[in-house]
Design a protein around this ligand. Structure first.
Ligand SMILES: [Zn+2]
Length: 193
């Protein structure tokens, strides 16, 4: 799986050979389509049929997932981000869920996963933020493990947009995490840049 910029033409990038294999950095070529899926967005449901690509060097195939998504999550990353932000601000998960129109169990699952991975998330996104913004000295403590992790995520997302914009910070967060922000059996985050 590879997260791609939803604002750009994947066909153009595949045709131009500018997409690289996340495993060996070989050039990716078109290789059919992945299954169609629905993405629940803030603005309503959206059907996606992600491209599949095959590496010309190692022959592995990858699903090219647009950066509005996270791996194996049915909701748009900006919706998930809003839930994390509201929770850290002190709202209970049921209220967050009702406010966003998402099932409460789903929101609880996101929060649990984020909490479990908070330290790895904080460390990874702090590293990303520093690499993206050379004037950044440190990500300031925000008052707790989860809040600190979200602060690092936010700083890195904004730094990406400032450098590479346009777009929102949450698609940038998806890219910086390789789609794995809330992945279940995620290995350590790989370096996206
Ligand atoms: Zn490869």
């Amino acid at each position: 799986m590879l997260i791609v910029d939803a604002g750009r033409s994947v066909e153009g990038e595949l045709g131009g050979g500018s997409l690289r294999c996340p495993v060996c950095r070989g050039v990716l070529a078109p290789w059919g389509w992945a299954r169609e899926r629905v993405l629940r967005c803030g603005s309503g449901d959206r059907w996606l049929r992600p491209r599949r690509a095959r590496c010309r060097s190692c022959a592995r195939t990858h699903v090219l997932l647009p950066d509005v998504c996270l791996l194996r999550r049915q909701d748009e990353v900006a919706v998930i981000g809003a839930a994390l932000t509201r929770s850290v601000a002190g709202e209970g998960y049921r209220r967050v869920a009702a406010g966003l129109g998402v099932p409460a169990d789903t929101v609880r699952g996101w929060l649990r996963r984020f909490r479990e991975r908070a330290e790895a998330i904080r460390a990874h996104f702090t590293r990303c933020a520093v690499a993206l913004d050379l004037e950044l000295r440190a990500v300031l403590p925000a008052g707790g493990r989860v809040a600190d992790a979200l602060e690092a995520v936010g700083v890195a997302g904004r730094a990406w947009v400032l450098r590479f914009g346009p777009g929102g910070p949450w698609p940038a967060v998806s890219r910086l995490s390789g789609g794995m922000l809330l992945a279940t059996r995620a290995p350590a985050f790989t370096w996206p840049m």
